[in-house]
Design a binder for this molecule. Structure first.
Ligand SMILES: [Zn+2]
Ligand SMILES: [Zn+2]
Length: 262
């Protein structure tokens, strides 16, 4: 099978209930590794609908602590705990920004000690800016939303995919997106209703244009922005490929073929 980086959008929406758009959650699949970026309320059910086994997830990376990005973390772990057969021998690493350990302790106080139920789940707070994992590298940057908010750049061989999480327009996200093969940027509100700490189509377009990304996918839509044509606005600032991400969409970026030894 062709080697590729695959994105599978489980949730392209916000906390505002929408039958077609669940809260933030995207699977980034690279050879042999499945990463879940954010795990908003509703992610578990979206995984069931898309036929994705809980046990297949190797990493969860959380951008910030708002419930539309973390709401199904405790349910996910509770489901793992109660699943038969149990998860054995396969580590799940859950990474979050500064304050994540305290966040997990808060969940334990609310739900019980089972959150530390096994050796198969390990929580991490992001340390240095560049983290190397088997098969991929993560570079993260603080962005302008909540005090802990970060955006992630995943580098897989010579491909780069950036997830903004929630952010306002800021130099940090432009730097992180530099020449990325794909940027997934939030697009919460139309330009005329833009608020601090979130992007509008113009701001997302400017970031994509300034950073010279190859492809832009917008997500995290409040209802008003969906009544407009965000891509048309984006194209004033960005002449690459731009589109709205939808729940269930899959996007593949081919990786270079491995040279077979003669
Ligand atoms: Zn948020
Ligand atoms: Zn959000």
């Amino acid at each position: 099978m062709d080697r590729q980086v695959k994105l599978h959008f489980l949730g392209s929406g916000t906390i505002m209930p929408d039958p077609r758009r669940s809260c933030s959650a995207t699977i980034l699949e690279i050879p042999k590794v499945k990463i879940l970026v954010d795990i908003g309320a509703g992610t578990l059910r979206r995984m069931a609908i898309e036929g994705i086994d809980l046990h297949s997830i190797d990493y969860i990376f959380i951008t910030h602590f708002h419930p539309d990005h973390t709401g199904d973390l405790a349910p996910f772990l509770f489901a793992l705990r109660n699943s038969r057969p149990a998860r054995t021998g396969r580590l799940l690493q859950v990474w979050g920004p500064a304050g994540f350990f305290q966040f997990v302790r808060g969940l334990e106080q609310a739900f019980g000690k089972w959150l530390q139920f096994s050796a198969e789940v390990k929580y991490h707070e992001l340390p240095r800016r560049l983290l190397d994992f088997p098969g991929f590298r993560v570079i993260w940057s603080k962005v302008h939303h909540t005090p802990e908010s970060v955006a992630y750049r995943f580098e897989i061989e010579n491909k780069a995919v950036v997830f903004s999480g929630d952010t306002g327009y800021c130099p940090e996200i432009i730097r992180l997106c530099k020449a990325a093969d794909l940027a997934v940027l939030e697009c919460s509100h139309p330009d005329e209703l833009a608020v601090k700490g979130h992007l509008s189509p113009s701001l997302a377009g400017k970031i994509a244009g300034d950073a010279g990304v190859k492809r832009l996918l917008l997500n995290h839509f409040y209802p008003e922005v969906l009544k407009t044509n965000p891509v048309e606005v984006v194209q004033k600032y960005f002449n690459g490929e731009a589109a709205l991400a939808n729940d269930g969409d899959t996007i593949a970026i081919p990786l270079e073929a491995v040279q077979k030894k003669p």
